[in-house]
Design a protein around this ligand. Structure first.
Ligand code: PLP
Length: 402
């Protein structure tokens, strides 16, 4: 056997489990099976027309060349205005950098700060990419289980116990993928009190789902509760989820000048600036009519309410109502140990998910991927018909267990 040509830090990481689950569902569909795909983590809406028109106009005007590495002044002004208007946070232009999606901002933030062995505190369940991004940058993910009984949220005591001299970052994602849990101002204040004693810890907030929430409330930001953390907080966001713009690849980081400058340097030597046309589209999204956001959130809310009720009516399954994002994180503890019609016992959530796919063609993602079992994640970013059909099939599969 020849030695692998692939670097150790890349061999440590794995492809995204949600992408693998979607691939498997698509493959079965290609083979002619009827599959209800409840895996996807992206809006099923088209990008609003006025945003597309802004992109077309940008092409017409010749905005097809390299831009400033940090992004066009127009886009960064739109981000500055958005942060002030929607979040009550003030940033200067040079404290903002536009990136190719929030994903690139998060990955690059680890790249510019982590020394080998530095620890990143990641509350679980977490977005699948966080631990691998840390590993790929020679860091050590420290995942903390935040059980359903705690609302899937990190407690101050847990945070205090997890911080060591090697802790570099605390990562907060609110509302969360996969649970939809959202921190309140009081909860942020309590976490900030712990952080006050540990000035070496930076905080990354992944705010990508801030607008998708179901109680009509504005999502509070950590910095609203603890402005004193501003100099060590990097606020990550983007247009993918709010404006149904996943393919345009525009995200950003807002934070202290030294971090933003280091991101600029690293990205200037790797990806370069993000797509000029997409930047024009993102500026139009942030500056323009926000009707799409209200309308799409109302649709997500209908789907959430209906699907939640149907799932909670299935014996053996239960789901806490998510505050936001577009997922249900379904507790399947009641199915573990049950026997399938084929005579096998369901030992964990991975087997529950395989059973649902094989038996009734419903594709969801196992809780193991998100660091807290036994659960599965079901996406509501799909039609109400698909959700109804999915719930009906899940109920049928569960009824066949003994
Ligand atoms: N953060 C979270 C929690 C996500 O769920 C996702 C996408 O699934 C992202 C970031 C990535 O967003 P972007 O499309 O801006 O890279």
């Amino acid at each position: 056997m020849t030695e692998s040509r692939i670097a150790e830090r890349v061999r440590r990481i794995k492809p995204s489990p949600s992408t693998s689950a979607a691939d498997r569902a698509n493959e079965l569909r290609r083979q002619g099976q009827s599959i209800v795909n409840l895996v996807v983590g992206e809006p099923d809406f088209d990008t609003p027309a006025h945003i597309g028109r802004a992109a077309a106009a940008a092409i017409e005007k010749g905005a097809t060349r390299y831009t400033l590495m940090a992004g066009t002044v127009e886009l960064r002004q739109a981000i500055v205005a958005k942060l002030e208007r929607e979040n009550g946070l003030r940033y200067a232009l040079n404290e903002i950098i536009a990136t190719s999606g929030a994903k690139s901002a998060i990955y690059s933030a680890f790249a510019i700060t982590l020394q080998a062995g530095d620890e990143v505190i990641i509350p679980a369940p977490y977005w699948v990419s966080y631990p691998d991004m840390v590993l790929a940058n020679d860091g050590t993910p420290v995942t903390l289980a935040c059980p359903e009984s705690a609302g899937f949220k990190l407690t101050p005591a847990q945070l205090e116990a997890a911080i060591t001299p090697r802790t570099r970052w605390l990562l907060i994602n609110s509302p969360s993928n996969p649970t939809g849990a959202s921190y309140t101002l009081d909860e942020y204040r309590a976490l900030a009190e712990v952080l006050a004693h540990h000035p070496q810890v930076l905080v990354m907030t992944d705010d990508i789902y801030e607008h998708i929430r179901f109680d009509g409330q504005r999502t509070p930001h950590l910095l609203n509760a603890a402005p004193e953390l501003r100099e060590r907080t990097l606020a990550i966001n983007g247009v993918s989820k709010t404006y149904a713009m996943t393919g345009w690849r525009i995200g950003w980081a807002a934070g202290p000048r030294d971090l933003v400058q280091a991101l600029d340097t690293l990205l200037s030597q790797s990806t370069g600036n993000c797509c000029s046309v997409s930047q024009a589209a993102a500026a139009a999204a942030l500056n323009g009519d926000q009707g799409f956001v209200t309308e799409s959130v109302a649709v997500y809310r209908q789907r959430r309410d209906r699907t939640l009720a149907r799932i909670n009516a299935i014996p053996g399954l239960s789901c806490r109502a998510p505050d936001g994002a577009f997922y249900l994180y379904v507790n399947c503890a009641g199915l573990i140990g049950k026997t399938t019609p084929m005579g096998t016992q369901l030992a964990d959530d991975g087997e529950v998910v395989m059973y649902l796919l094989d038996r009734v063609g419903v594709a969801v993602v196992a809780g193991t991927a998100y660091g807290l079992s036994p659960y599965f994640r079901l996406s509501i970013a799909t039609s109400i018909e698909a959700l109804d059909e999915g719930c009906e099939r899940i109920a049928r599969a569960v009824a066949a267990l003994t």
